[in-house]
Design a protein around this ligand. Structure first.
Ligand code: PEP
Ligand code: MN
Length: 262
């Protein structure tokens, strides 16, 4: 079970030679979406050089409008794997349907996005697969619903779950979502699972990424997932919240001064 009562020790997720949780802090970074080979490889090289330990990038994108860019899908996964081959960075990317699981065979961490947090069939399928799952909190999910979604994955036998707080809906309009930092101590009290923070989707604006990253570290988060793009102005998705690669360097050096990396 995900409940700490049944598992007092912090869980450490071991993946691609990295450890996540119990004080092992990691930064996952990269663009919202994979757009082309040059873009994803440049992002991978730069976030790696800055100290990120995973490359993020969406291939299947859950967009509000069906007319928005939907991701490169299978081709995007191929390009992510190419960036992994060239840089050695393990990859994290979102799955939207259990039908695509075969395509994710070489993905290091499978992301289950906020919009699918209560897609129970998908949760059950991910429970049967033997890969770490990055489970993002639903847009208006309570903590109990969030932890129960993780429990679905556990119930199928997969105990490699990393939780991710990415902001919840409130009345505030100056930010895209509202980062619920209390998720960090609550998860630590009620569960043994690692929890990381996504300041990019929480705020929806790049000028909030550094302060929210500092706050996440102070709250005891086990890592961060940050959107960084080689050309945010022309990004096909989430440009406003994406750091450019120089800004990412700057934010990363600040993070490295504040968080304890393994
Ligand atoms: C993303 O990581 O690009 C994403 C769509 O995140 P979320 O599911 O948290 O909105
Ligand atoms: Mn995004």
């Amino acid at each position: 079970a995900v409940n700490r009562k049944f598992h007092p020790e912090d869980t450490i997720i071991e993946v691609a030679g990295r450890k996540i949780g119990a004080g092992y802090f990691n930064v996952m970074a990269g663009p919202c979406s994979v757009e082309n080979e040059a873009q994803i490889v440049e992002c991978a090289e730069r976030v790696k050089a800055a100290g990120a330990s995973f490359l993020r990038g969406g291939a299947f994108k859950p967009r509000t409008s069906p007319y928005s860019f939907q991701g490169l899908e299978a081709e995007g996964l191929k390009l992510l794997l190419e960036a992994k081959r060239q840089t050695g960075l393990p990859i994290v990317t979102e799955i939207m349907s259990e039908k695509h699981l075969d395509l994710f065979a070489d993905v290091d961490i499978i992301q289950l996005g906020a919009r699918n947090m209560q897609n129970f069939m998908l949760l059950k399928e991910l429970g049967r697969c033997n890969k770490p799952i990055l489970l993002k909190r639903g847009l208006s999910a309570t903590m109990e619903e969030f932890l129960m979604a993780a429990e679905y994955i556990f119930a199928g036998g997969n105990k490699q779950v990393i939780l991710c707080e990415r902001g919840i809906r409130t009345f505030e309009k100056m930010i895209r979502n509202n980062l619920d930092l209390s998720a960090v101590p609550l998860v630590k009290m009620f569960s043994h699972l690692p929890i990381i923070i996504d300041p990019s989707h929480a705020a929806g604006r790049r000028d909030m990424v550094q302060p929210l990253s500092r706050a996440a570290i102070a709250a005891g988060a086990d890592g961060l997932i940050i959107e960084a793009h080689n050309d945010p102005k022309h990004a096909l998705c989430d440009g406003a919240q994406s750091l450019d690669l120089d800004q990412f360097d700057h934010v990363m050096s600040d993070i490295k001064r504040r968080a304890e990396f393994e």
